[in-house]
Design a binder for this molecule. Structure first.
Ligand code: KG4
Ligand code: ZN
Length: 357
């Protein structure tokens, strides 16, 4: 067979279980999972590189790729072994195709292609953000139309899903992603990478609050902007330094967190009503933020909105979520050619399932 071809899937029999081997290497976690029927996680391995990157204050792409190479082979073996199934029983091999760091994505893709060829199973290139969204399907049944609030280190998006596997981005950040803003603010007040959890903790513990602006943008826009807020934080710190005043990291953290949360909650709730969505799906690394979770829970309860939040282990990067998103493609009979390329700018909307009806 040529590399332009797809390895054909076995005939889908409703009575036969679907096992997907999924790989995620888009950033600084190497992750491999085997999942059954898109929801049951049989194995879920994650090797975090945070300790390595911490010394540099952020993710170093070349180092990330090298670390993925070191771990991927034995993690693949271990994930299949732990799942209790035989490689021949697999239905497909899924891998994050993008977005992400190109060199990091490439490691997962080469590993996935090798496994697909070795086991003669179809390859399913998967969108990282679709993975974050479908992490919710690992623990709850999704009801369409639904709305996803994606908040991670690289993304801040409101995504409308009219039906299974259809994605429409109705709002996105115009500058920094929310997690990125958290990490930069954390660095400015003296915390190591990744700073989000530190800012979260400081914000919840502080009695004081530094007043900071909210970026609402145009009245009808679902877009976000966090760079102005980040600059306001840096200005507040610089001004205090120039005046010889004491800096209160807790007050800054709380002011920053309150500003971020108010805008995220307000825009999500407005979108839910406008698009008559049945569920709000919170996802991405920043979904671990305790302040955001509490504020959304409280507001959704008041508004009668059903809110889904995945367990912590499925909020940050993992491969089970990639398997969950790939399962939708598998059900629709879609797969990727063996010459599939890493795509750092892969569009979520284009990744939607192709409906022929
Ligand atoms: O989704 P993720 O694991 O990786 C990306 O795909 O980006 O998200 C990582 C981001 C980092 O910016 C980290 O600081 C942030 O999630 N984060 C948090 C919290 N826990 C992780 N941000 C705010 N509060 C938290 N508790
Ligand atoms: Zn992610």
């Amino acid at each position: 067979m040529t590399m332009q071809e797809h390895i054909k899937a076995d005939v889908v029999e409703p009575s036969k279980p679907c096992y997907i081997l999924a790989i995620e290497t888009s950033c600084d976690e190497t992750a491999v999972s085997v999942i059954k029927d898109g929801t049951e996680v049989l194995s879920n391995l994650i090797a975090s590189q945070i300790d390595t990157h911490q010394a540099f204050g952020g993710v170093v792409p070349e180092v990330a790729s090298r670390k993925h190479v070191e771990s991927i082979t034995y993690m693949l073996e271990e994930a299949v072994e732990k799942s209790g199934i035989e490689p021949e029983e697999l239905s497909a091999v899924a891998v994050t195709q993008g977005p992400g760091l190109v060199g990091a994505l490439l490691v997962g893709i080469v590993a996935a292609k090798s496994a697909a060829l070795a086991f003669d199973k179809p390859l399913i290139g998967t969108h990282h953000i679709a993975g974050h969204i479908y992490a919710n399907a690992l623990t709850s049944e999704l009801k369409y139309p639904c709305m996803a609030l994606v908040v991670s280190g690289g993304h801040t998006e409101l995504v409308l899903m009219e039906s299974e596997g259809s994605f429409q981005v109705i709002g996105r950040t115009r500058d920094d992603a929310v997690g990125e803003a958290y990490d930069k603010v954390a660095r400015a007040i003296g915390f190591p990478y990744p700073g989000g959890p530190h800012v979260d903790r400081m914000a919840l513990e502080s009695d004081e609050v530094t007043p900071l602006p909210r970026a609402w943008l145009e009245a009808d826009s679902y877009d976000f902007s966090f760079s102005g807020l980040k600059s306001a934080v840096l200005n507040a710190i610089n001004q205090a330094k120039m005046k010889g005043e004491e800096i209160h990291p807790g007050a800054i953290a709380r002011g920053f967190q309150e500003s971020v949360i108010e805008v995220l909650v307000e825009k999500s709730v407005r979108a839910m009503h406008q698009f008559k969505a049945k569920q709000l799906l919170l996802c991405g690394g920043v979904a671990a933020n305790r302040g955001l979770r509490a504020a959304l829970q409280e507001r959704c309860e008041r508004e009668g909105i059903e809110l889904l939040i995945p367990p912590m282990k499925y909020c940050t990067d993992n491969a089970a979520m990639i398997g969950a998103a790939a399962y939708i493609k598998w059900q629709h009979g879609e797969s990727s050619a063996l010459d599939m390329k890493a795509d750092p700018g892969l569009s979520l909307e284009h990744w939607s399932v192709q409906r022929t009806e």
